[in-house]
Design a protein around this ligand. Structure first.
Ligand SMILES: [Zn+2]
Length: 376
């Protein structure tokens, strides 16, 4: 049986698009969708290739968002097959990017081609937003394209991101949001000195110990219906002092919050400052927001997706907000309903990344059913 989604997945995997390279993936997708009536608009920023493909101009606008880049293959000798020579073996398709996320891209291109062929006069518009910088710093990718679209008032109503969200079987889990990620950079100052003369020094590590234990013991919130409780993790501590006979005068601490919508950046930063003030230490503190939390309520898009999955593969979907951040953090703030739905994620970023051989086909049918529900 000819399976266009599987064939296209294989063709995309042969293109070794390690971040931030696209390696011709976007040109291939563009050629296919332009013959289905899409208009292609490359939007490169820096060394990152981005592509905006849109068919028709009216609302509502449905967008599939994804990335063509992949993480490096890692140790080549641990791969059963060449990571860039897609190989079918015992019911699985092996290759770097099969699950994250070339099968999703191939599935959506297949679904959109079939849909526009059968419903050339569909309601609304369909678009595809592709970037080659999701796995990297994600500075010149989706966020820049969204800025550009916002500047010209192209607003997204519904968005599906093809990230691999499934856990055991295709469609068993979709993500309706993600936690926020907030980085903190703390310096605690003491007075550097000789270990033999501690009365002349002020040990910065000793200053910071009670601060760390207070921060680590704090309950930041209890989460809410959509999110687990906020977590605080110290990621690094160092004194930049390599002398065995020196009392360190400074400690540098990096930490990260993964936070629910039950806490805000303002509430978290204020509470950290309160701990530092109570501990009476001399400090400097900086912050970097790497993503705000977002959640799509259980509304129209979520119910259409649940039904499409159950009609295609006969399983009930669980709604989740777990995992790291995704490009949804850039799209959701525009007001779009955003849901992530893609293959089983067990092998992503690992050696021997693979998807079940029928995943591209079923995923294409799920995406197709969603298009029919929203745009006809
Ligand atoms: Zn991904």
């Amino acid at each position: 049986m000819h399976d266009p989604a599987l064939e296209l997945t294989k063709e995309l995997v042969t293109k070794a698009s390690i971040t931030p390279q696209d390696a011709g993936c976007q040109r291939l997708v563009s050629n296919m969708l332009c013959s289905a009536g899409f208009k292609a608009e490359p939007m490169p920023f820096g060394e990152v290739d981005n592509l905006w493909l849109r068919r028709k101009h009216c609302a509502p606008l449905f967008v599939f968002a994804g990335h063509t880049d992949v993480v490096p293959p890692g140790p080549m000798d641990k791969w059963r097959f060449d990571p860039f020579a897609p190989t079918l073996h015992e019911g699985y398709l092996y290759g770097r990017g099969t699950a994250d996320m070339k099968a999703s891209i191939a599935a959506f291109v297949t679904a959109a081609s079939k849909f526009t062929d059968r419903y050339p006069n569909h309601h609304g518009s369909i678009a595809m937003l592709l970037t080659s910088d999701e796995e990297g710093p994600a500075v010149n990718g989706t966020t820049k394209v969204i800025d550009e679209l916002s500047a010209r008032n192209e607003s997204i109503d519904y968005c599906i991101i093809g990230e691999p969200t499934s856990e055991e079987k295709l469609g068993d889990v979709v993500k309706i949001g993600r936690r926020g990620s907030l980085h903190g950079f703390l310096v605690i100052h003491g007075v550097r000195g000789h270990v033999a003369y501690p009365h002349l020094a002020h040990n910065a590590v000793h200053q910071c110990a009670p601060v760390i234990s207070k921060l680590a013991a704090t309950v930041w919130d209890n989460g809410n219906e959509q999110f687990p409780p906020t977590s605080f993790q110290i990621t690094d501590i160092n004194t930049a002092s390599n002398a065995e006979n020196a009392v360190p005068g400074e400690v540098f601490i990096r930490f990260n919050f993964r936070h629910s919508t039950a806490s805000t950046v303002d509430s978290l930063t204020q509470r950290v400052r309160d701990v530092l003030t109570d501990s009476d230490v001399d400090y400097e503190l900086d912050w970097a927001i790497s993503g705000s939390p977002f959640v799509t309520e259980d509304g129209k898009l979520v119910s259409i997706i649940k039904r499409a999955i159950s009609d295609e593969v006969g399983i009930e979907t669980r709604l989740s907000t777990s995992g790291g951040t995704s490009d949804g953090r850039f799209i959701a703030p525009t007001g779009a309903q955003v849901v992530e739905l893609g293959p089983v994620n067990k092998t992503i970023h690992k050696v021997n990344e693979c998807v079940a051989v029928d995943t591209p086909h079923h995923l294409a049918n799920i995406y197709y059913r969603i298009l029919v529900s929203i745009l006809t």
